[in-house]
Design a protein around this ligand. Structure first.
Ligand SMILES: CC(C)(COP(=O)(O)OP(=O)(O)OC[C@H]1O[C@@H](n2cnc3c(N)ncnc32)[C@H](O)[C@@H]1OP(=O)(O)O)[C@@H](O)C(=O)NCCC(=O)NCCS
Length: 144
C-alpha cells in the first residue's frame, strides 16, 4: 500500500429506494453514503469522534449504477493540515471496476471539546486502528 492508493471499504447494494426518476442510482443517496464513509475515515485517521465536513470540491458523476448493482466506496487521505484532513473519494462498480463517482477534495475539520477547530497532530495515514477514540463522548455530555 502506498500513499495515494484508494482503499475501498464499504460495499452497497443498489436498491429500489436508492433510485432516481430514470431508474438509476440517485446522486443524493450516493452523497449521503460518501459523507458517512468520509466521516468514519476521518474519525479513524484523526482519532476523534468530533470531526465535521467542511468542504467538498466538484463531484464528478462519471457513470450511473443500476438497481441490483454492487458498488464500493473508497477514500484516501491526500493532505493532513493542522486541524484539517483532506481526502479523495471514488465509487466504482464492484465487478467491472467502472468508476461511478469521483470527488477530488473532501475536507474534514478536527473539532475540540470546546467546539472549535483543534490541532490533530497527525501527518500520515494509519492503516491500523491505533488512533480510535476509546469511547464516544458527546459534546453535550461535557457541558456541565
Ligand atoms: C468546521 C468549522 C468549525 C470550521 O470553522 P472555520 O472558521 O472555517 O475554521 P478555520 O478557518 O480555523 O479552518 C479550519 C481548517 O479548515 C480549513 N478550511 C477552512 N475553509 C476551507 C475551505 N473552504 N476549503 C478547504 N479547507 C478549508 C482551514 O484551512 C483549516 O485547516 P488547517 O488547520 O489544517 O490549516 C465551521 O466552518 C463549521 O462549524 N462549519 C459547519 C460544519 C458542519 O456542520 N458540517 C456538516 C455536518 S458534519
Amino acid at each position: 500500500m502506498t500513499a495515494g492508493d484508494i482503499t475501498f471499504h464499504t460495499r452497497k447494494w443498489v436498491r429500489p429506494e436508492d433510485l432516481n426518476a430514470n431508474g438509476t442510482l440517485f446522486g443524493g443517496s450516493l452523497l449521503r453514503w460518501i459523507d458517512e464513509e468520509a466521516a468514519i475515515y476521518a474519525i479513524v485517521q484523526l482519532g476523534n469522534g468530533f470531526a465535521v465536513t467542511k468542504y467538498m470540491s466538484e463531484i464528478n458523476f462519471v457513470s450511473s449504477a443500476q438497481q441490483g448493482d454492487l458498488i464500493e466506496m473508497g477514500l484516501t487521505a491526500t493532505a493532513f493540515g493542522r486541524t484539517s484532513l483532506t481526502m479523495r473519494a471514488e465509487v466504482r462498480n464492484m465487478f467491472t471496476r467502472q468508476s461511478i463517482l469521483t470527488i477530488e477534495k473532501i475536507v474534514f475539520v478536527n473539532i475540540g471539546l470546546d467546539g472549535t477547530p483543534t490541532a490533530h497532530g497527525y501527518s500520515e495515514i494509519t492503516y491500523d486502528r491505533d488512533r480510535l477514540p476509546g469511547e464516544h463522548l458527546k459534546i453535550k455530555d461535557l457541558e456541565c
